[in-house]
Ligand binder design. Structure first.
Ligand code: SAM
Length: 263
């Protein structure tokens, strides 16, 4: 069905990602993303129709995921929040087939693009989650289920009145920490200098994370992180990119390592 012939209100992809996967089940929050209705190309739409039932799922907040079942292996799982168009995700999955990537975004064309890239490269270690990563973490991921987390070029929300929408905040770190195994690394990267400073400040101050860098500063860019689409845009504008690699400490403070609450 073409976009023009689709009846008003009918889902774009009946068996694909839902437009509002967690519906009104969770309280309204300040969100780190703005829903975008961008054009889905033919290849992306085809990938969503063919592969979503196999490799995609909605973040509906209604169950705790069994990651070994989701990936069909006990291999380590790294969460990537905000994969955008997924090129870097697909490259990292291809370069490290022994690690599974749980890739989360709300952006439908990007979800289709990543599925298409994974299919073309014969990757079996990527799953695509549709919706808000905060609900995924809070409601659907068990304690100590993740071997790492990646947040590459999160929306910088440059205006002061929007700073509260930035993903990397103390509350977010407190939510993430118990889902990471002790020693698991959170890897963030940004080309927005004030956001990099903010990340360094909140990560350094958080009791559940410790800097992998002895000098307490930014990390050299690890070889395994490919150039991302947003990074390329930032570099073309002359921005400087910072990587931050923080390890989860042995015992997270505050929040207990308990199972998520079901709605
Ligand atoms: C600036 S883009 C960066 C994309 C990609 N990492 C790159 O470097 O090219 C940030 C992405 O994060 C996604 N995002 C922001 N907050 C999110 C959240 N809470 N849950 C899922 N995705 C989120 C946005 O939809 C967007 O695609």
């Amino acid at each position: 069905m073409s976009e023009n012939s689709r009846p008003k209100g009918a889902p774009r992809f009946p068996e694909g990602p839902a437009p509002d996967p967690s519906g009104g089940r969770f309280e309204r929050r300040i969100r780190s993303f703005t829903p975008r209705r961008s054009r889905v190309t033919t290849a992306q739409g085809d990938a969503l129709r063919r592969l979503w039932p196999k490799w995609g799922f909605d973040i509906d907040g209604q169950r705790v995921l069994d990651l070994a079942e989701l990936f069909g292996t006990e291999a380590p799982v790294v969460l990537e929040i905000g994969f955008g168009m997924g090129e870097a995700t697909a490259q990292m999955a291809a370069a490290d087939p022994g690690t599974c990537i749980l890739a989360v975004d709300v952006h439908t064309p990007g979800q289709g693009n990543l599925l298409n890239l994974a299919d073309r490269a014969g990757l079996t270690n990527v799953r695509v989650a549709n919706g808000d990563a905060v609900i995924l973490l809070r409601e659907m991921l068990a304690p100590q289920s993740l071997d790492g987390a990646r947040v590459y070029f999160p929306d910088p929300w440059p205006k002061a009145r929007h700073h509260k929408r930035r993903l990397i905040q103390p509350d977010f770190l407190t939510l993430l920490a118990p889902r990471l195994k002790p020693g698991a690394v959170l890897h963030c990267a940004t080309d927005w200098e004030p956001y990099a400073e903010h990340m360094l400040e909140v990560l350094t101050a958080h009791p559940d994370f410790e800097n992998t860098q002895e000098d307490g500063g930014y990390a050299p860019r690890p070889d395994f992180r490919p150039l991302t689409r947003f990074e390329g845009q930032g570099l073309r504008k002359g921005h400087v990119v910072h990587d931050l690699l923080f390890r989860r400490t042995a015992t997270p403070s505050g929040v207990q390592d308990t199972a998520p609450t079901q709605a």
